[in-house]
Design a protein around this ligand. Structure first.
Ligand code: ZN
Length: 848
């Protein structure tokens, strides 16, 4: 229990040489150079009641080559959580500053330092629930719970002891070495781990069931809380098989056996991520591992992928770890890359190239075309900002770049280089540049130059197609003035003539590349440099190809070519070489003929954007009846439930005609059914909100009735939170928005975002414009108090519904007034307002 007696050493002192809050790069660099042989012995006493404190004890042992400097530990919970600190058995004259405990240099020796700390654990990263708890320390949240050096490049051995209610189970990175039940308490000790980073140290404890299985001489254990025994039975064999086959594949590929001893994994209800790669103890979101009988092929593919992804991290991320979180993208990109190699062959019916295209290119372009884009590799001054690194450039652009790298090197050389890299840096840390150096020795190409353009700088090349007699030329230019970057890349250029299509590989390295037109293609109809689904950039089509696609795109035979053509044509819309109206017309002609689910999803998402943001209101009204008819017939025609769900979501999002809204209302009232589509509670709640934002006459009654329909109390609470944002009374909406200024009302971020999206719905945009400025004014505080994705989602939800010049002016004025604004937040605003600026600019050009 917490000792609340007085302590002599907890005055925060203002000393100019004190470390800044968080974990700064300079502190981390200094410590990584000085500290050696780091070991932690940690113990936690965990009560069953999640409101009762967890007490902890830490022994931190290390040597240092810098005895002229005090030692700075990271610990956030503050003075009332710290009971005693002693060094080498003597009480320490430590000082406490924000986020740190400073041990005076006089108490530190060059070898065998041992710091003993009694503390109460901070709960912020311990995810405490009534029957279970689990740690989640990525990216630097271990020091929110216990004192440590919380940086990825101070790897340490962790020994752990847990004192738990006797009915609980527990799992951690290490092997259980001691287990004793006494009265109503259980004590478990885990043997020391290999050297791992703090963000990878983990344990989970609580009422779990354990399944185990042996595969090729290795035992695997699955911890879970599923009550449906049949569901567990149905899934477990496949889940163990997938882990075992991923592990074997990785051992073969890397040439390095699995190095973390035992292999357990924990299925956690409503886990924050899909999975987290703690060595020896992977955590997963339970619902993506234990699938229902109705699971689609996509869900099976996703499950295999997440298992392969986390298992890949045992080598990429866990064995070799980034020096600093600026390179966090590397472990993610390699885990994805390996997962695709491991899993895809087992799903031969899926068009994996198309899936890759649809999953990565549109999202990467949506950021990379904006003034707020940034390099894959970003600078990071302090780990407390690590959250803002994550986004489409890391998750979607980086995989595209990695695929290019494999094309350039060839799969064998890449594998060879990765083996050297893993071997050289195992149980240690490395940077992207360390890897590039290894790979550079294996190619004639200037890989450092390649990396500069693709990884260390922001943006994408502008590529033009030029028709020159019997040649086709491709030129590239850097859109950013004064930089003159050249992006080396491999393109599969497609040329079409009548029914014939030829794929011609072209490498572009300098300003220009060209290809000779094959004799049988002299009467070509179209040239698509992106056609093979590989090339990345802002592509300007030649006029005849553009004209051809606007007529005949739906007739292209190959689904990947069609997907690539849609992506390229949308970029032409963004650059105003194709009108949004023509794009929507073409899509409406194409949808009835398209039978590939991936392409239907792609087109519907572009059409939704075009409809609400890029079409003038008059054109919207003109198009609506036919568009709704097409969406409804797509809904009838679709053969899979996922395609039906895609069409229905698009319909709900774009419906505006009285007939269409009437249909939606009948479905919500359960007077009409959609054959083959089961609508669950969240769908009905969404429909009720969609009807309300369209101001149907019965809006108020519909919301009230929906509130009474809920079986699930969490969903009901969320609905009640969002309701006022849809009120037909302006004062109610004002009050709801004002309430968000209090952090307490922003805690449930998904609820806030849903409300904001309806508040700023395009149909309500004129009335909600006044909320833009105060929302931007709050952004710094949102970043300070919110979770990692909240600032960008908050900004997107605020600006996504607007498309007028006056809304754009509000954002411009804000940016102009805040020239010294934090750069990452500025980028977030520039990303979120990009569409708005494009439309407003077009309006200006049209002279309205
Ligand atoms: Zn990952």
């Amino acid at each position: 229990m917490l000792d609340s007696g007085c302590r002599s050493n907890d005055r925060p002192a203002a000393n100019s040489s004190d470390p800044e809050p968080g974990v700064s790069l300079s502190l981390a660099t200094q410590r990584a150079q000085a500290i050696e042989g780091l070991r932690y012995e940690l113990s936690f006493t965990i009560p069953a009641d999640p409101t009762q404190p967890i007490s902890g004890h830490a022994v931190i042992r290390f040597g240092t080559n810098d005895i002229n400097r005090s030692v700075v530990l990271d610990f956030s919970p503050g003075a009332d959580h710290l009971k005693s600190v002693s060094v080498a058995g003597r009480q320490s004259q430590y000082r406490l500053v924000k986020d740190h405990i400073i041990i005076p240099k006089e108490e530190i020796a060059s070898e065998d330092n041992s710091i003993d700390i009694d503390f109460r654990a901070g709960d912020a990263s311990l995810n405490r629930n009534p029957d279970f708890m689990y740690t989640l320390f990525v990216p630097a949240r271990a020091h929110l719970a216990f004192p440590c050096f919380d940086q990825p490049n101070l790897k340490a051995r962790f020994a752990l002891e847990l004192d738990l209610p006797s009915s609980w189970q527990a799992v951690s990175n290490g092997i259980e070495s001691f287990h004793e039940t006494k009265d109503d308490r259980l004590r478990i000790r885990y043997s020391e781990t290999q050297r791992i980073s703090t963000y990878l140290f983990a344990f989970a404890a609580g009422k779990f069931q354990i399944e185990s299985a042996e595969r090729e001489g290795r035992w695997y254990r699955m911890f879970h809380r599923e009550t449906d025994a049949k569901k567990v039975e149905r899934n477990k064999k496949a889940v163990f098989d997938l882990h075992a086959s991923s592990l074997k594949w990785l051992e073969d590929y890397t040439g390095i056996p699995y190095r973390f001893g035992k292999f357990d994994f924990v299925l956690i209800p409503s886990f924050q991520f899909g999975g987290m790669e703690h060595p020896g103890s992977i955590f997963y979101n339970a619902s993506s591992i234990l699938l229902d009988e109705s699971a689609t092929e996509n869900q099976f593919l996703n499950r295999a992928t997440v298992i392969a992804h986390e298992t890949s991290h045992m080598w990429f991320g866990d064995l070799v770890t980034m020096q600093w979180f600026n390179d966090v993208w590397m472990k993610e990109v390699f885990a994805n890359f390996m997962a695709a190699k491991i899993v895809n062959p087992a799903f031969p019916k899926v068009n994996h190239d198309l899936r890759f295209l649809v999953a990565h290119y549109p999202a990467a372009y949506a950021v990379d075309r904006t003034a707020g884009t940034h390099p894959i590799r970003q600078e990071l001054a302090n780990l407390d900002e690590a959250g803002s690194l994550y986004g489409a450039i890391i998750y979607e652009k980086a995989p595209i770049v990695m695929r290019q790298l494999e094309r350039i090197l060839g799969p064998d050389k890449l594998k060879e280089g990765l083996r050297v890299y893993l071997k050289e840096f195992q149980f240690s840390n490395a940077t992207w540049l360390d890897l590039i150096k290894i790979l550079d020795e294996r190619t004639d190409l200037d890989l450092a130059g390649w990396s500069r353009a693709w990884v260390e700088e922001a943006g994408r090349p502008q590529v033009r197609t030029l028709l020159e007699g019997d040649h086709i030329g491709f030129t590239q230019a850097d859109p950013q003035e004064g930089r003159s970057l050249r992006w080396t890349q491999h393109m599969d250029v497609l040329i079409g003539s009548g029914n014939a299509v030829r794929t011609i590989p072209v490498d572009i390295q300098s300003e220009r590349a060209e290809l000779k037109i094959p004799a049988d293609m002299s009467k070509r109809d179209w040239i698509l440099p992106t056609g093979g689904g590989l090339a990345y950039g802002d592509f300007m089509l030649d006029d005849s190809t553009r004209g051809f696609l606007l007529q005949h795109l739906p007739e292209l035979k190959d689904p990947l070519t069609r997907g690539a053509a849609w992506v390229t044509l949308w970029e032409e819309v963004m650059d105003r070489r194709v009108s949004a109206s023509d794009f929507v017309d073409l899509s409406m002609r194409a949808l009835p003929q398209e039978n590939t689910e991936q392409n239907i999803q792609l087109m519907l998402s572009y059409v939704t954007d075009a409809f609400w943001t890029f079409l003038p209101e008059s054109r919207r009204a003109e198009l609506a009846p036919r568009l709704e008819e097409i969406l409804r017939s797509g809904l009838d025609r679709a053969s899979s439930s996922t395609t039906k769900a895609t069409y229905f979501a698009a319909f709900r999002s774009m419906v505006t005609t009285p007939a269409g809204v009437g249909f939606l209302e009948r479905v919500w009232r359960r007077q009409e059914k959609i054959p083959g589509l089961t609508l669950a509670e969240p769908d009905e709640a969404g429909m009720a909100l969609d009807l309300a934002v369209r101001s149907v006459p019965a809006a108020g009654a519909i919301l009230d009735e929906q509130r009474g329909r809920f079986m699930n109390p969490d969903r009901q609470a969320r609905f009640e939170f969002v309701m006022p944002a849809l009120s037909d009374r302006r004062e109610t909406r004002d009050k709801w928005f004002d309430s968000l200024k209090d952090v307490k009302n922003r805690r449930r971020e998904p609820w806030v975002l849903e409300g904001l999206q309806y508040l700023h719905h395009p149909l309500r945009a004129a009335e909600s414009e006044k909320y833009i400025r105060p929302s931007l004014d709050l952004l710094i505080e949102i970043q300070r108090t919110g979770d990692i994705f909240f600032p960008s989602r908050w900004t997107n939800a605020t600006l996504g519904g607007h498309n007028t010049r006056s809304a754009a002016d509000v954002v411009r004025a804000f940016l102009a007034e805040h020239r010294e604004y934090p750069i990452r937040l500025r980028r977030i605003i520039l990303q979120a307002s990009d569409d708005l600026f494009r439309v407003a600019h077009a309006e200006g050009v049209r002279g309205n």
